[in-house]
Design a protein around this ligand. Structure first.
Ligand code: NAD
Length: 337
């Protein structure tokens, strides 16, 4: 008898596995997503079982304590490894920083465990990876999960921490039509717009293309706001003009980088760029775009230039790495003096 099967039986997981969901990666996004997912599952099915796992034990324990306090009678458990999370649940959701962590969690934990389980248990296992990572790594992981006998979709998200908390995320899904249909009810507990983008890796492809545009736009908005300031324009007037003209975009009309430019809104610049989408994550996403462009021989001159701006920003002002990426304005202001 294989070691993992012994473990499975010894902890009497067989009874709870069909009604159990494991969430791996309880960071800024994952903790909000797991909260929505578990609370809505608990409301529908009070005997549901929930499992959390994070490389930082305090992330899993603080989530578990908060959830248990908010939902007395709920059945939530912390496990130390992706292997245990796989043994425990038919549904596994992962929300990790990037490619390296996905390779570790799937390659070093989930996939070997799926291979060691009895075939009927593996077949009932469904993995959803919502990490933004390299398309090729994601396709490779999905191929191995499916070859082991389980199902998987890539389902990166758009909407940020605010959308994760409100349960209004957009999920960009890659996988077979059947897998998309199976995943849909689970994803709809965490998001509002669930789009099937194509086969494995397609959700990530769409996410990376979107963030390529976003990363470039945020820089050029910063450039326009700096130039307008030098020309003596009031930031609120300039933002209002651009916001109702052909230059309008999310970076000027929602995530404007200049204080008081949007009097009716509260973008991260009003809180010294706290919250929002970290510069380090945007730099990672620009890297994913330029890497895949190289592999596919696509010309990305503006994408490359934008990647370099974010990389230099993190090198020269590391304190901006965890701030919202609209702090690129602050970086460019200091560079233009
Ligand atoms: P985060 O760094 O806050 O959270 C990642 C979590 O994964 C952390 O708790 C970390 O301890 C855990 N982790 C790392 N390695 C692990 C391992 N080997 N095993 C188990 N747990 C591990 O990141 P985040 O902001 O939640 O972002 C997660 C993903 O979502 C990223 O790919 C990011 O690009 C994407 N994303 C983020 C946002 C945003 O606004 N933050 C928006 C859209 C997409």
């Amino acid at each position: 008898m294989k070691a993992s099967l012994r473990c499975l039986q010894s902890v009497q997981r067989l009874a709870t596995r069909p009604k159990s969901t494991s969430f791996i990666g309880l960071g800024r996004m994952g903790s909000e997503m797991a909260y929505n997912l578990f609370s809505k599952q608990f409301a529908k099915r009070p005997d549901a079982h929930f499992v959390v796992c994070d490389a930082l034990p305090e992330a899993a324990s603080s989530f578990s304590q908060n959830f248990a306090a908010a939902f007395p009678g709920s059945n939530i458990e912390i496990v130390a490894t992706p292997e245990e999370a796989t043994l425990a649940s038919e549904w596994i959701v992962t929300m990790l920083p990037s490619s390296a962590q996905v390779q570790t969690v799937y390659g070093g934990g989930i996939i070997p465990t799926l291979r060691s389980l009895p075939a009927d248990l593996t077949q009932k296992t469904f993995c959803i990876d919502s990490t933004t990572l390299d398309v090729d790594v994601s396709r490779e992981v999905a191929k191995d999960v499916i070859a082991a006998g389980a199902s998987m979709v890539d389902a990166p998200v758009s909407g940020g921490v605010t959308g994760a908390k409100a349960g209004t995320l957009a999920f960009l899904v890659g996988g077979t039509e059947a897998s998309f249909q199976t995943a849909h009810p689970v994803l709809s507990l965490m998001g509002q717009r669930i789009v099937h983008c194509g086969p494995a890796g397609a959700g990530l492809g769409a996410k990376i293309c979107n963030n390529l545009i976003l990363g470039v736009q945020q820089i050029v908005v910063a450039e326009a706001m700096i130039l307008g300031g030098k020309l003596g324009l009031d930031p609120a007037v300039l933002s209002s003009v651009i916001g109702s003209s052909t230059g309008n975009c999310w970076s000027i009309s929602v995530n404007n980088p200049v204080q008081s430019a949007l009097p009716d809104k509260s973008p991260p610049c009003e809180r010294d760029y706290e919250g929002g989408f970290a510069t380090a994550l945007m730099e990672k996403d620009m890297g994913l775009a330029t890497d895949i462009a190289e592999k596919t021989e696509s010309s990305l001159p503006i994408g490359w230039a934008a990647r370099q701006v974010y990389s230099r920003m993190m090198e020269q002002q590391p304190e901006l790495s965890r701030k919202d990426f609209s702090s690129v304005y602050k970086f460019l202001v200091s560079a233009s003096k």
